[in-house]
Write a protein that binds this ligand. Structure first.
Ligand SMILES: Cc1ncc(COP(=O)(O)O)c(C=O)c1O
Length: 365
């Protein structure tokens, strides 16, 4: 009996029947460049600080953690700057949970959320899980999104929530702040919550603006961030947002009590105290990212401009076969299901070299 047959025997919600769960492969291969993790390990100082912070929590582990995770919100506000305080910050178990909580509060049955594919594959899944209708907008040539086009589509669809992913996953390219401003204004009529997902913001090229600069005076704007990427803490599950305090109050209505464990809070606070050490590899990753773009161009492929820690590239005749051959060489990258394209995470110099050498020899055959 396959999974669908087994599920068909359960009284599952009708809208979940036939759906597939999120499923980036988790394979045991030497070089993992498929889910945009930070492939550098944590520096020793940071590891020791986290270990001590977690050990200090053990005595109080019989008690529930601080439901308001106040120390963590303060530390995140200080990290972000822009005059933000703990009242502007919310955090959860990964930015996926932050986004889910936003949909629980502002989406739901009878409401809609809009995204602009190709974009982060979890947006429609989070919408589906919260009973929110998902509206797929369209992008222009080369997957770009202009302010005029995005605003016109938001005006036409009048969604309750808009996802703008910048830098966008899977294309890697950041949006101009003019797009965020135009979408925010276009969402006035439907009072849309505009979420700018900046999971990869720390990897952006110098001069790329953050929507954090637009928060002042925009109570429906939310900027989502994560410690999974630049901070190399994907396994700790810490995502967060910055917004007007009213938005965080709305999320308090839907969050589970004590959703951030004491261990998670201690880990994240210790990591933020060591942010210089943890973020030290961001520049090295950007170098590898730019190297991938340059070398893929030399191979005659078409990499998209990237402000993130990954590169989306086109020009492949048979991406599935290239993906399989790289995997056979021990290099796992991502087939995002877009014709002629694949996506690769920038790793260490050695990992990136293994990917580039492998690809070069596959294309030469
Ligand atoms: C654009 C984007 N947003 C959010 C996430 C979720 O990250 P996390 O839940 O680890 O914070 C990811 C993860 O790959 C992502 O690519």
């Amino acid at each position: 009996m396959d999974q669908f047959e087994r599920l068909s025997q359960l009284p599952l919600r009708d809208d979940l029947r036939g759906q597939h769960p999120y499923g980036a492969p988790q394979l045991d291969v030497p070089i993992l460049l498929n889910v945009n993790e930070n492939t550098f390990g944590l520096p020793l100082d940071a590891k020791e600080a986290i270990l001590k912070a977690v050990a200090d929590e053990l005595d109080g582990l019989n008690r529930y953690p601080d439901r308001e995770f106040t120390e963590l919100r303060r530390a995140l506000a200080a990290y972000l700057g822009h005059g933000l305080t703990d009242a502007n910050i919310w955090a959860a178990n990964g930015s996926n949970e932050v986004l889910q909580q936003l949909l629980q509060a502002f989406g739901g049955p009878g409401r809609s959320a809009m995204g602009f594919p190709p974009t982060y594959s979890m947006y429609p899944l989070l919408a589906s899980g919260t009973g929110t209708a998902y509206v797929a907008g369209v992008r222009g040539d080369d997957y770009g999104l202009t302010a005029e086009s995005a605003a016109q589509q938001v005006r036409a669809q009048a969604p309750n929530v808009v996802f703008l992913c910048s830098p966008n996953n899977p294309t890697g390219t950041a949006l101009g702040l003019d797009v965020v401003e135009a979408v925010y204004d276009a969402g006035e009529a439907s009072q849309a919550i505009v979420i700018v997902d900046e999971a990869y913001a720390e990897f952006a090229h110098a001069g790329t603006g953050s929507a954090l600069t637009l928060l002042e005076g925009r109570p429906r704007l939310v900027v989502s961030r994560t410690m999974s990427k630049a901070f190399a803490l994907a396994g700790a599950r810490v995502g967060y947002l910055a917004s007007a305090p009213e938005v965080t109050d709305a999320i308090r209505l839907v969050r589970l009590p004590y959703h951030l464990s004491a261990i998670t809070q201690a880990t994240a606070v210790a990591a933020l105290r060591n942010s210089d050490a943890l973020l030290a590899n961001v520049e090295a990753i950007k170098v590898q990212r730019d190297r991938i773009v340059a070398e893929l161009e030399q191979m005659g492929l078409r990499p998209a401009p990237s402000d993130s820690n990954f590169v989306f590239f086109g020009g492949l005749e048979d991406p599935v076969s290239v993906w399989e051959k790289l995997l056979a060489d021990g290099v796992l990258i991502r087939d995002v299901g877009i014709s002629g394209h694949l996506r690769v995470t920038a790793g260490t110099e050695a990992e990136t070299g293994a990917f580039l050498d492998g690809l070069r020899s596959i294309l030469a055959k």
